[in-house]
Design a protein around this ligand. Sequence first.
Ligand code: FES
Ligand code: FES
Length: 173
Amino acid sequence: MTKFTVNGNPVEFLMDPATPLLWALREAAGLTGTKFGCGAGLCGACTVHVDGKATRSCQVTIADLEGTFVTTIEGLSDNRDHPLQQAWIAAQVPQCGYCQSGMIMAAAALLKDKPNPSDEDINAAMTNICRCGTYPRIRRAIRMAAAGRVDSGVPGPEIDAGEAAARVPALKG
Ligand code: FES
Ligand code: FES
């Protein structure tokens, strides 16, 4: 069985039940914000939430997920305004950007469990790899979001949401 909820929408995937969640999201659902890095559970670029827990989507099959609630970076907030997304912008975290959706999803799961994480909590939760070395800015952004220091004055993405939706099927709502 391959029925579960993705970003609040009930979905039945008509695919081989052994398909990794990563490929179901990217190839069938068009949710390309979740990235393929290593395919081996090492890099974290593919991190999504399964029932609120950070999960490397290359390591679970769609058969594993029957009845669960999956959230991807596209579903983290209604208007790309999750405190972490705002903090990421304010701290100018991304460089190439490839790892960043996985990083934000890992950080979001952390803050949900531990709203004021210690350095040790951050170290334990943020095991994703960034080839560009943005780790100091990631830590700063997590601290900003945890402290509630980003709530206004942060410019949104310089792309119209309607225009983005027209180009990316995953964003159509
Ligand atoms: S692609 Fe899943 S952990 Fe690297
Ligand atoms: S920003 Fe380039 S891999 Fe992290």
